[in-house]
Design a protein around this ligand. Sequence first.
Ligand code: NOJ
Length: 802
Amino acid sequence: MRYGHFDDENREYVITNPETPVKWINYVGSLQFGGIVDHTGGSLICKGDPALNRITKYIPQLADGDFQGETLYLRFKEKGGYRVFSPYYVPTLDPYDLYECHIGLGYSRIVSQLYGVRTEATIFVPLGQSCVIRDLRIANVSAESLEIDAIPVVEYTHPDALRQFNNADWVPQTMQSKAYRDRSGRAILAQYPFMRRDTQINTFTSNLPVSSFETDRRRFLGASAYGTWDNPLSLHDEELSDYEARRGDNIAALLHHLGIIEPGESARLITQLGQGESVEASLPFIRRFRDPDEVERSFEELATFWDAYLSRLQVETPDANVNRLLNIHNPRQCHTTMNWSRYLSLYQVGLGARGIGFRDSSQDVMGVLASMPEEGRQLIEKLLHVQKQDGSAKHQFNPLTMVANEGDSREAVDAPKYYSDDHLWIVLAITAYLKETGDLAFLDQVVPFYEKDGDGYPLESGTVPEHMRRAIRFTQHNVGAHGLPLLGFADWNDTVNLRVGAESLFTANLYGEALLEMIELACFLGDGEATAQYTAQYEGMRQRVNENAWDGEWYVRYLDADGSRIGSQLNAHGQIYANGQSWPVISGFVSPDRARRALDAVYRRLNTCYGIKLSTPGYDGYDQAKGGITTYPPGAKENGGIFLHANTWAIIAETIVGNGDRAFEYYQQINPVTKNDVIEQSECEPYVYPGNILGDEHPQFGLARNSWLTGTASWAYQAATQYILGVRPTYDGLLLDPCIPREWDGFKVTREFRKTVYQIEVKNPDHVCKGVRSVVVDGTEIEGAIVPVLGDDRAHKVEVLL
Ligand code: NOJ
């Protein structure tokens, strides 16, 4: 069963059946202005922050056929009245002759044909602008003349998105709309809650004259609001009521008489939904995007942006599904996660419970460094602003206000108010940035810590290395009875919340990996003292992990406050955890023998045809002493589900030990592109990674959820490009260290690195997984496997022999 196909040439996925198992979405614009567009035209748009400045009302929990945020109605007269329908399928659900939704890079294009009318709607946010454009071409493909009216409609929410749902007294009394019409008949519908009347105005307008408008939902739907979105009663009248709402549920509907469209002819209507400080302040973009040429120009600019973004790293492997994913969809998803963190999707609903996640964004940023290092640096800097003076980090923050909080740990009264891993991820992000760019000046940058004085000024600032040192120091000083890092409220696994005093093996290994990065940087900078100091810390932790956490065939995952083991064969549930095994390999704490045994245990105990389960067997009943994990039934999410983010670390670990066949097997198991023909199983979009898939203890084994905003995107990209294909930035140059399936004859990578383009061709005549025999750069063999920084803007040929 499939609902569409990949169109690689146009870098699109084309949905051809609107009744997808769940809504499939795309992102337009950025967090500065933009949001989600679903495949039936519904949209959730916000500016700067989905919780505090949301524009359209989109309720993911509603049935899929319901109106969501925005739609377009078309109508023409026929015997007995108007034929009213939406070319987006939702909300009128009319039978169609053609339906396509092209999921493009930063745009969606819905093409449909019904009742002799072909509509093409291209939806996008011009780069850097605060408006979403719908460029509509409406053609008569019937044999008769048709007199067509077009009525685009937006439904607003209060900008404080949560208030919209939890205060039905205050919100409706504040929402207001006002119409501005010019001599040509064009109209701007302005909308605002009263308190923002002088500061923040939503505008909805178009390029064509309107004959009437509506701003009140009740009037639009008719029959005292007992009319419905699938058949708004007002659309059976000649005109809308021209009513300027003074309260209530505000909408913006513009009625355009497109006139008689002859067979084979078409009309072009361009709508814009935007926001500015006032209507006057918005006029420049309103005027600009009423011009079709400007719309086209800005659409081309968008394509140019994506050309540049994707061109930095392109691959040619023997596997078409890998190429498709790595050349288009995975880097695109990395861009999305870097932009939206865990803020706004159909699963992360952006009502303020989550903002920018410190650990999430520290990892997301690593997925875009090759393509947009400057934006990566800016995000790293922003993250450092919410690191505390003691070195730990606030769990999440709102980028509009920069107010941070402790995440879910706030709810647990007796629990520590920090996550033991958060602050360590930023060390990895910073060193990845330095290796990618060589921008050592970043180390001199001074960034404030989070704490402020009474006037809101930072109490202390520190250089980037000072932030890194404090991150390391926090973990060094916050250890438990076995000298392993205290768990805090949780580590990467948010849902295992143990008693105060519990220790985390995940954080121990992440600390090890962060120390390796500190050592490598100190060596590169020639700082012998720091190198020695971090090496001693590393060795100490390595010893404690191996003394306390080996369980016979694998590593345990936690030591509880009383010293009991979690993730051990002694346990009835949660006997083995995937991260418990992959991370000692990544940190380098493990011996080769233990590495093999631990990774084989993952394969034996945790692997399924849909991916590696996070742990097994699932806990079967709520247990406050274990925490959130036991709120899920066995097989769901962290409780024995397939958590894709963690799969990527198992892939990396397998490449580290040289098992390219297994690494690739794991990689392909979760490659979303490979699910296109069996999508009834996973249900989510085949063009992005979901966050999780139900595990084999669950009756719906294989069902995916939480697509788009997942750390899987960044790590799967890193796993594939840096560990399987093995093209990895270092301080000294580009390391070539592939670990591929032995059956591959080779592959090619074009990689821009520090301004130079490296055209890399890897040959594998002996069919090995790993082991570089020679590297030849522009015809000359080099020593070792690191191609030096050539620093020119020419292309260089690199031939690698395995
Ligand atoms: C989702 C969170 O966004 C991520 O930070 C966390 O690591 C995983 N859940 C696992 O619990």
